[in-house]
Design a protein around this ligand. Structure first.
Ligand code: M6R
Length: 616
């Protein structure tokens, strides 16, 4: 977590750093800080709370600089406070950090024994002082630049954990140092400046030429030059990538919140994920355009979907279609648990990492583990140039466009769409489906954006409904078949945004325990569109009703029977079964959004969370 940005070049204002941090605020938002070097003097401003708290302090910073850095924090060690906010300073050295230094206690004791006094509770301050210690240890024959290079090598050889550091030394006023191990870091290149940042979102308004740093690399950046070396000092040469995200895609564009905008972008996200990859008239899947270049799909006889949070639920939902189209067994794995079992993958296993950000450390570690044990690995990601994609054999982008709201919405539907296309591609490669059969599924796929668009018109009626539900303390969600993962997704959205306790169950599981929770105060959101499981789900709804439970149902237009059983009824268009979960997802995203908003919560930045989870 945490967002870092750095600049070395002709000229940057405090607003440059502030605006860059705004683009990274999704990574953490409990305190922030900016450091700017001006005429040999280091100016640092930090503030507890959201970035807006720092805005008031920008006037204390110099009007411009040629070297500076900014940080937005998601607390790991030490509570959110100004003292714990980055950057941290040790004499002539200023450092900011994304990650965790695991052995900070032992280093702290060593530094304290050597006279260093700590002002924060963070692990990062240890890095600042250790670097200072190294820098001042032995300077006689070295220039400040060479001494700093040596000191950084010493630092990285002594610390354990994950880190992306930005470092400035007042004795070297034209160099920005960037260090990466385990936490994401990208460089932005232009003719007049070099940048570093935790994500490309912070850089696209300045440059689209992005160089992705790899683990165990250190960059020495000046306005005109960049040099990258490994932790062993070996020079690295790598070409930058061109990023297609435009700065305008990172604006709210008239919506009150990014989340609402992103919910309304779901049709586009699905359409862009489909675009150029299927031919609905011939039933042909273009696997090259999908991103399959190295993985031998013909030989795959087992699939594992590995992910966290909403991406994990996208995996559970996609499994229904993958299994039905490919006839290959599919397992869905929580990335954070994956490495704690014996890995049984082999050269016939396809492990797919599903991740919006492409940076989730649990997913990254799991997919690396699978690859090391012999599986073929595919990244289904949204953000270009991500670490997860870098560690997989192949990468398939979902093209949902930047997702800024901390709650994932449009990425969910785009991930499921992408995996359906992959399933069809595998079925094509292994001759499991004929082109006529594939064409029939493609015909359904291309209708999804239109039907999702229609479903979005439910927003105002759901807003009214939400006003009646803000007092709820706990809500159950139930669904059967593909509606079960939709229920899981709905419950996650409600709890992370509205802070209302919510649990989702497969509808058939209710009678095995959770039904004891039902009383006349308990609301259950029941997903019961007319699909193959409808009658069984209806029986479960009757069981809730018989025990006095309140029912919010999502069903098919014109379903009077369900409407009569329900306290609140939301209707979606009748359509093919594969399309239904896309439609029932929309009202659940809207319900969570409106309830949270009416409770006065920050829907784009819910408490305690960060969008890109880069700690284990
Ligand atoms: O970037 P990823 O898709 O890997 O992120 C996974 C989860 O952290 C993410 O989906 C999280 O659960 C969201 N807050 C859900 O809205």
């Amino acid at each position: 977590m945490c967002g870092v940005i750095g600049f070395v070049g002709d000229e940057a204002s405090p607003e440059f750093f502030y605006n860059g941090l705004k683009r990274l605020e999704y990574r953490g938002y409990d305190s922030a800080g900016i450091a700017m070097l001006s005429h040999g003097q280091m100016y640092i401003e930090r503030a507890e709370g959201k970035l807006s708290a720092l805005e008031k302090k920008l006037v204390h910073l110099p009007l411009k600089t040629s070297l500076g850095m900014g940080h937005t924090r998601w607390a790991t060690h030490g509570k959110p406070s100004e003292a714990n906010a980055h950057p941290h300073k040790s004499g002539n050295i200023v450092i900011l950090h994304n990650g965790i230094i695991e052995n900070y206690k032992e280093i702290k004791s060593f530094l304290q024994e050597n006279g260093y006094v700590f002002e924060s509770e963070t692990d990062t301050e240890v890095a600042a002082h250790l670097l200072h210690y190294e820098f001042h240890k032995n300077t006689i024959l070295l220039s400040p630049l060479e001494n700093m290079k040596r000191s950084i090598f010493a630092l990285v050889s002594r610390i354990r954990g994950a880190f992306a550091f930005g470092i400035i030394c007042t004795d070297i006023p034209d160099v920005l140092f960037a260090v990466k191990y385990g936490s994401p870091l990208v460089l932005g290149l232009s003719d007049t400046a070099h940048y570093m940042a935790s994500g490309i979102a912070a850089l696209v308004e300045h440059t689209r030429s992005i160089l992705i740093m790899e683990d165990r690399e250190i960059a020495y950046l000046t306005a005109k030059n960049k040099e990258i070396v490994t932790f062993e000092g070996v020079p690295v040469s790598r070409k930058p990538i061109h990023v297609s995200w435009a700065a305008s895609m990172l604006e709210k564009n008239g919506y009150d919140h990014f989340m609402l905008k992103e919910i309304h972008e779901q049709p586009q996200a699905i359409a862009q994920t489909i675009n150029g990859r299927i031919d609905k008239s011939t039933g042909e899947i273009d696997l090259q355009s999908y991103g399959i270049h190295h993985i031998p799909l013909k030989n795959i006889n087992r699939i594992q979907l590995i992910a966290c949070g909403t991406s994990y639920y996208a995996g559970i939902l996609a499994r229904y279609f993958l299994e039905s189209h490919t006839k290959i067994p599919v397992e869905v794995e929580l990335a954070s648990e994956y490495r704690y079992r014996t890995c049984t993958v082999n050269e016939h296993t396809l492990c797919i990492a599903i991740s919006q950000s492409g940076e989730t450390i649990d997913t990254l570690q799991a997919i690396r583990y699978a690859r090391t044990h012999g599986a073929h690995t595919l990244a289904v990601v949204n953000a270009p140039g991500s670490s997860i994609a870098h560690h997989c054999h192949d990468e398939s982008l979902i093209y949902a466009g930047p997702e800024v709201g901390v709650a994932s919405t449009k990425a969910f539907v785009a991930q499921v769409t992408s995996l359906i296309i992959l399933g069809l591609g595998i079925a094509q490669t292994q001759n499991i489906m004929t082109s006529t059969q594939i064409a029939a599924v493609c015909e359904q796929l291309v209708h999804i954006p239109y039907l999702v668009e229609k479903t979005l018109s439910l927003s105002s009626s759901i807003e009214k409904m939400a006003a009646k539900l803000i007092h709820l303390k706990s809500v159950l969600f139930i669904g059967r078949g593909p509606q079960y993962p939709v229920a899981l997704e709905g419950a996650l959205k409600l709890k992370e945004l509205s802070y209302i306790h919510a649990e989702a169950y497969a509808a058939g599981e209710l009678k095995h325990g959770p039904i004891a929770l039902i009383d006349d105060e308990m609301y259950t959101v029941c997903l019961a569109p007319r699909d193959s499981y409808y009658e069984k789900t209806m029986s479960n709804i009757e069981e809730i009703r018989a025990r006095g439970g309140k029912i919010i149902s999502i069903g098919t237009t014109g379903d009077h029977e369900l409407k009569q059983l329900s306290d609140e009824f939301i209707e979606v268009e009748p359509c093919a079964e594969m399309i239904l979960p896309f439609l029932t997802t929309v009202p659940l995203h809207l319900l969570a959004y409106w309830i949270a908003l009416k409770k006065g919560h920050d829907v784009d930045q819910p408490r305690n969370l960060a969008k890109s989870v880069t700690v284990e």
